[in-house]
Design a protein around this ligand. Structure first.
Ligand code: GLY
Length: 358
């Protein structure tokens, strides 16, 4: 049994959310008409990849296990080249299929390989981290990193389907659930006030795979589906998913990517909430709502004092900037967004002062 959330756009697809979905994945794969399936996965999720592979083989599909290095180390051109070689050796054709099993790095990589092999073959995404479930695996962004930065090479390639198996949450470390929750909180602030109510009412249950977390995943995926269904290529609405990310990306860069993405986004949301408050866009109470929710689920809300220049330099490199202006998604209320483009140095310094701590 699974819930399905439809994602519209040039190639509509469904996100299936439920329990024990391996057979559903295999049935779906068989129905695509593929003869061969390449499963892209990283070592920590080898057992999950094997189980999905076995379900595919039971249905007569030929499976190639494509193991790649762990985390962001996999999103490199030489890894992609190795995968293209393997697909070539196995004779993967245009009707064959890739399945990406893992966190956001794996689903980005698997999507990119599928997007580029024979100018695009189908990919099924099977996210195994909370962050990938509510963000990376849905929406068709694929990409790899280069020496100049993260995700600078990629394409929009919508998956044929996404399968979110709630059972996988039970094996995730608490720190992963907390970091992934930052993206859920983000979708609440930008588009779904009920998400915010849930965190205010019972933050502990919001982190529980047997509590409110499945409902929050559904709500968050629904927000993402609605947004990317209207704006796949980020010409307007999709930019709202970047709430908290301008300053968050700057922290990640300054910290040389040792910070968890969700933790950086949490501080980024505090930064932009303060900037918006200083501009009179939101009241003090909404800034406090940010702090209260993020602290209640153990996400960071401050950043070390004394690093403004480095953070500013990193923000000026954000690839979402336009016309040389640093650009932020900001709130005017819960569920209501606007943009702040080219804020003054004084404004940026004041927002940093409000969130910096020794
Ligand atoms: N992670 C933001 C987006 O998919 O647009």
């Amino acid at each position: 049994m699974s819930t399905q959330i439809s994602v519209n756009g040039p190639s509509p697809y469904d996100v299936h959310i439920g329990h024990s979905l391996n057979d559903d994945i295999a049935e779906f794969a068989k129905d695509t008409g593929a003869a061969q399936v390449g499963i892209v996965y990283q070592p920590p999720v080898a057992p999950a990849a094997r189980e999905i592979g076995a379900a595919l083989e039971e249905r007569g599909l030929t499976v190639t296990f494509l193991d790649v290095p762990d985390a962001e180390a996999s999103k490199q051109l030489d890894v992609v080249g190795g995968l293209w070689d393997r697909l070539g050796e196995q004779g993967f054709s245009r009707r064959d299929l890739i399945v990406g099993v893992g966190g956001g790095a794996t689903t980005d990589l698997a999507g990119f390989v599928a997007a580029t092999w024979m100018r695009g073959i189908k990919v099924i995404q099977v996210p195994t981290t909370l962050l990938a479930m509510v963000d990376a695996a849905v929406g068709g962004k694929t990409g790899i990193n280069t020496a100049a930065g993260k995700n600078l090479v990629g394409s929009f390639h919508e998956p044929a389907a996404v399968f979110i198996d709630i059972d996988r949450l039970s094996t995730l470390p608490a720190s992963e659930i907390i970091a992934g929750s930052a993206e859920i909180v983000k979708t609440g602030f930008i588009h779904d006030p009920v998400i915010i109510e849930r965190y205010l009412d019972d933050p502990r249950a919001c982190l529980e795979p047997t509590g409110l977390l499945p409902e929050l995943i559904e709500r968050s995926v629904q927000v993402k589906a609605t947004v990317v269904g209207q704006d796949l290529k980020e010409s307007g609405l999709r930019e709202t998913l970047n709430y908290g990310h301008t300053f968050g990306h700057a922290i990640e860069l300054v910290e040389d990517y040792t910070w968890r993405h969700g933790n950086a986004v949490a501080v980024g949301m505090m930064f932009i909430a303060n900037l918006a408050h200083q501009r009179g866009l939101i009241d003090e109470e909404l800034v406090e709502t940010h702090r209260k929710i993020l602290e209640s689920i153990n996400l960071p809300t401050t950043y070390e004092v004394g690093h403004f220049d480095k953070l500013y330099a990193a923000m000026t490199r954000d690839k979402k900037n336009r016309d040389g202006n640093i650009r932020f998604v900001a709130l005017t209320d819960i569920g209501e967004t606007t943009r702040i483009a080219g804020p003054s140095m004084d404004e940026l310094r004041a927002a940093y002062a409000a969130i910096s701590a020794n």
